[in-house]
Design a protein around this ligand. Structure first.
Ligand SMILES: NC(=O)c1ccc[n+]([C@@H]2O[C@H](COP(=O)([O-])OP(=O)(O)OC[C@H]3O[C@@H](n4cnc5c(N)ncnc54)[C@H](O)[C@@H]3O)[C@@H](O)[C@H]2O)c1
Length: 253
């Protein structure tokens, strides 16, 4: 077990990448606090973890709120005694459209969840990790941060911001033995996928068009990111910090 007795918080873990990662980390022996604004979904992830013999608890939190971030960090450390991993994964997508059609409210919502939500998670998790002199603060960015495509400028800019935040925080955390890493997934089969394609549901034609841009010839499954997150959280990744790891089948080449 690669994460035996480690303590992890995963945000956005009611669904998609977060749920798959919470399950994978628990399978590797971690105690996982499953965090989401969708409390029923978070509880469903915990049920799956427990059915598989793992240890987890659910917490409702809105990552855009400072008090919620503080509360989940306090809850995990009170329940399990420390904090080894904070995976700031919760995020919201953007419907494909040119900038002139994006309203200010949409900008504020995307930046509030995708940037401020991550910033707040770091603000409360890093001091605990620095005191422990160990830990990983992990962030879900996107290939949109590296290779933006037309019609996704607001989302791309939010993910670009957290890639830079990853590097800046890695420098602050390194003297304390703490690592900060981002993962940049290409399009992934989760409930978020149709929004990126500006469709209510993913249809075969849009999927084929997207897949054709990925050299390895498929999109991610949530499990592809979960496996990367487990590796980054393990001792095998001890020299990786400040990086943005592309999990993209070659899409960004
Ligand atoms: N699916 C993709 O194609 C793709 C590609 C690259 C990056 N990403 C990123 O991966 C991350 C996970 O997305 P996913 O694809 O698993 O989508 P998803 O919709 O399945 O999961 C996102 C989760 O975040 C939660 N959430 C949203 N706002 C929140 C808030 N304010 N507080 C707490 N929880 C909140 C949602 O309730 C949901 O459970 C996001 O950061 C997303 O931007 C997704």
């Amino acid at each position: 077990m690669r994460l035996k007795d480690k303590v992890a918080i995963v945000t956005g873990a009611a669904s998609g990448i977060g749920a798959a990662t919470a399950l994978a980390m628990a399978r590797e022996g971690a105690h996982v606090l499953v965090v989401d604004v969708n409390e029923a979904g978070a509880k469903a992830t915990v049920e799956q973890i427990e059915k598989a013999g793992g240890q987890a608890a659910a917490a409702r939190a809105d990552v855009t709120r400072a008090a919620d971030n503080q509360a989940v960090v306090e809850r995990a450390t009170a329940q399990w005694g420390r904090l080894d991993v904070f995976y700031a994964n919760a995020g919201v997508p953007q419907w494909k459209m040119d900038l002139e059609d994006v309203d200010e409210k949409t900008f504020d919502q995307i930046f509030s969840v995708n940037v401020k939500g991550v910033w707040l998670g770091a603000k409360y998790a890093l001091p605990v990790m620095k005191r422990q002199r160990r830990g990983l603060f992990l962030i879900t960015a996107s290939t949109a941060a590296i290779r933006p495509r037309p019609g996704g400028q607001t989302y791309a800019a939010s993910k670009g911001a957290v890639v830079t935040l990853t590097k800046a925080l890695a420098l602050e955390a390194a003297p304390h033995g703490v690592r900060v890493v981002a993962i940049a997934p290409v399009a992934t089969h989760t409930p978020m996928l149709p929004t990126f394609m500006s469709k209510k549901e993913v249809d075969a034609e849009s999927l084929a068009q997207y897949v054709a841009t990925v050299p390895l010839g498929r999109l991610n499954q949530p499990q592809d990111i979960a496996e990367t997150a487990v590796f980054l959280a393990s001792d095998a990744a001890a020299m990786i910090t400040g990086s943005c790891i592309e999990v993209d089948g070659g899409r960004c080449i």
